[in-house]
Design a protein around this ligand. Structure first.
Ligand code: FNR
Length: 183
């Protein structure tokens, strides 16, 4: 049985390069990983007043995370940090107190940019939250994808074999990391 990986995308726009990258990752994932995008765009803005009886979209989101074996975060960087939409989803998943959907789930992070900086700031701000959420996170290889618009071929694949090879290695490392964490 493959590990079910919930993939969260830190961009809501239709032509998101991060989403295009995730679609390309689905095509190269090892047989032991099933990547499923869990949408975060219909979550309301987090409000503690609704934690106890949250809207249906929040309940469905928490169930999707809890039903997964692991979580892959794929995100661009906004103002040197994690896009608000992704942080919002993380916050909903973490509540109510004591009922976090994230606890113990193995995780991995891919950050992207159109420029040369590769979303390093977002990648590491995200990792700060994952420590607190007790999500054992793949350390190596790190995945910083700079100038992503030059790497995708527009047909669901990669322009260069090096990019494909690197990301295949990343996904294989994640597969074995999930196996190790789950025991
Ligand atoms: C950006 N962008 C950006 N890029 C970057 O490398 N570092 C940054 O700090 C920021 N900040 C930032 C803030 C805001 C509000 C926007 C809208 C954009 C550029 C951004 O990473 C780029 O547009 C990505 O292509 C967005 O990802 P998607 O939507 O293509 O997946």
């Amino acid at each position: 049985m493959p590990h079910n990986v919930a993939v969260l995308i830190g961009s809501l726009r239709k032509e998101s390069l991060t989403r295009h990258l995730v679609e390309a990752l689905k095509g190269i994932a090892p047989a032991g990983l099933k990547l499923t995008i869990v949408e975060i765009g219909d979550l309301p803005l987090f409000n503690s007043d609704f934690e106890a009886s949250p809207p249906a979209s929040v309940t469905a989101f928490k169930q999707a995370i809890e039903g997964s074996d692991a979580v892959l975060f794929a995100t661009p960087e906004y103002n040197r940090s994690v896009p608000g939409v992704l942080k919002n989803a993380i916050d909903w998943g973490s509540r109510p107190y004591g009922k976090s959907s994230w606890n113990g789930k193995p995780a991995a992070v891919i950050s992207i940019s159109q420029g040369v900086l590769s979303g390093f700031g977002a990648n590491h701000h995200l990792r700060q939250s994952l420590v607190f959420l007790n999500m054992p996170t793949l350390q190596q290889p790190e995945a910083y994808v700079a100038q992503v618009q030059t790497l995708l071929d527009g047909k669901g694949g990669f322009v260069k074999p090096e990019t494909k090879g690197f990301l295949e290695g990343f996904l294989k490392a994640f597969e074995s990391w999930i196996g190790k964490v789950k025991g």
